[in-house]
Design a protein around this ligand. Structure first.
Ligand SMILES: [Zn+2]
Length: 195
């Protein structure tokens, strides 16, 4: 979270920083094709890092108690993950599978996707993203259990460094009965594995 006491960096300062990087790379920031690039990059970063301006947990606050006795797993699979690694500021892209075992109430399914997107639009590592999503659902919805699995490809590995395109990192956070009850755990992992 941004430190409120620190002076806010202005748009002009952010654009100047991008200009510096262009020059440092060896190009001329004053040539025609690059003239508007600092402004575009800053606008793109504003969107990419929109998660700092929101609290994704608020998406989970509106719940529905009329579930007709439904007490089995609810699993939303293949939620697009777009995030940026905090070590290289390069994107990692992939899919999240999010499930929970309701305790008398459910949340609108689109909200699960919004939570993934909200936490994704920040600098972090995938391990932390996975845990944050699971813990937010556990804290607010208070289900009997939660499972979150994320698989993604990290640009910092695939386009530089060890250069291993196609390799994917899988992380998971399982809480409550999804972790401790063998049948529920297996059921959740089966939903995820068939993807
Ligand atoms: Zn990285």
């Amino acid at each position: 979270m941004p430190d409120q006491a620190k002076p806010k960096v202005t748009q002009a300062e952010a654009e100047a920083a991008v200009r510096t990087l262009i020059e440092w790379a060896g190009d001329d920031p004053d040539r025609e094709g690059l003239l508007d690039t600092p402004a575009r990059v800053v606008r793109a970063y504003r969107e990419i890092f929109a998660g700092y301006g929101t609290d994704p947990r608020q998406y989970l606050e509106r719940t529905f108690e009329e579930v007709g006795g439904y007490d089995e797993l609810v699993v939303l699979t293949d939620i697009r993950v777009v995030s940026f690694c905090e070590h290289h500021m390069l994107p990692f892209l992939g899919r999240a599978h999010v499930g929970y075992l309701p305790r008398n109430r459910v949340v609108g399914i689109s909200k699960l996707a919004r939570v993934v997107q909200g936490f994704g639009r920040r600098l972090q590592i995938q391990e932390k993203l996975t845990a944050e999503i699971a813990e937010a659902i556990q804290d607010i919805l208070q289900p009997k259990g939660v499972g979150v699995v994320i698989q993604s490809e990290h640009s910092c590995m695939t386009m530089r460094g060890v250069n291993t395109p196609g390799s994917a990192l899988t992380t998971s956070t399982l809480l409550g009965e999804v972790r401790d009850d063998a049948r529920t755990r297996q059921e959740f992992l089966d939903f995820v594995r068939t993807r």
